[in-house]
Write a protein that binds this ligand. Sequence first.
Ligand code: PFF
Ligand code: NA
Length: 459
Amino acid sequence: SGAMDPVRAKRGLWSSRLAFILAATGSAVGLGNIWKFPYITGENGGGAFVLVYLLCIAAVGLPIMMAEVLIGRRGGLSPVNSMRAITSHEGLKPAWRWLAVIGVLAGFLILSFYSVIGGWAISYVGTAATGQLTGQTAESIGAIFSGLLSDPLTLLMWHTLFMALVMVVVARGVRSGLERAVSILMPALFVLLLVVVGYAMTTGHFGQAVAFLFQPDFSKLTTSGVLVALGHAFFTLSLGMGVMMAYGSYLPKDISIAKTSITVSVMDTAVALLAGLAIFPIVFANGLEPGAGPGLIFQTLPLAFGQMPMGSLFGTLFFLLLIFAAWTSGISLLEPLVEWLEEQKGMNRKVSTLGAGIVCWLLGIASILSLNLWSDFAPLGMFAMFEGKTIFDLLDFLTANILLPLGGLLVAVFVGWYMSRQALESELSMSPTVFSVWYRVLRYFTPIAVAVVFVYNLV
Ligand code: PFF
Ligand code: NA
């Protein structure tokens, strides 16, 4: 890889293994863990879905994360150009770089609705801080939430603020302050989740929630549930769109890709499971519907904050930290596109951030309207599999369940079948046994699993 080293040297590297872990964790831990994981678990019947999800993390997500980090470190450039460098170095077809282009597109589409949900979290900071959650019932909390969804202008205001926060950081291209913030605020989010779990233990329904999450009932598992679990493994670990390639490009040579990837995956999974343990006891204690959909955490956590001592304070802090987690993920969603516009189109960073950000913001408005004025509008409703799906639902489905697994599949095939084994061994430097387990999983298990799930659902 000597030919690639001079370019890499110019870009500088993470100061340490910890810096990479913080950035990657900042991207991974976000709304996917606290907002999405609980509601899709509720919609898909609990235990069996959780089990499939955990399998997908370990047997599909982790090997692909290692492959993405490896591509990034080997190429030492932005995702698209790392792919370009590796293909030319190994004498492969340059068309492989399109897998990074799929990722750039997916990130852009995700950010458009991610920002709207980030906006919900911003709105709840105000609701919690002004004491409005105290002493509410499940019905009145539900009314606060439906009030928010039915108000396009308020949603637009918070969506705009969230996008602006993301754009400011991406435009400046400074990451150093963020790493330090991640190292303080992520543990704080973890602690606050523990506080809510502690409260959840007093509701008398904790055991029921544990059973719901961890006792698989396979009669509740559907083929579409398996696709959702697989897609979510990609979404929650920020895979299939080049983020881990981008971050991997700054990883020093002597650091273990396997160990860092395991650390990030374990932390991400821990946050998701804690969120489930915090939310489902509240669901059962209040007779709420586990399958309530995207509003689930906004209808349950506020109840807990309204009832626990110092709930307004904890609630405010919790939603602030949730915004922060969503923010670091949002930055990683926009970054690959901006880097690509910079490198490829020669645009300056501020202009490309502004351009990409504004288009993304505009697309977000379609998601906002899907929640109210356009809630009955299902653009692809004539196809059975898209029946009743609003624009917001379609964007979520297209990205998490199609584009990210497809990007991941291509990464697995590229690294597993096309890159030279010797290059992989030198990047990973693991014991031969562990290497061959990883290599086989990536070559055979991962592509077949993704392909089978695709075929079952799409045909
Ligand atoms: N992993 C983030 C979450 O769980 O909230 C979302 C995300 C960020 C997905 C970055 C994909 C991505 F590239
Ligand atoms: Na996540």
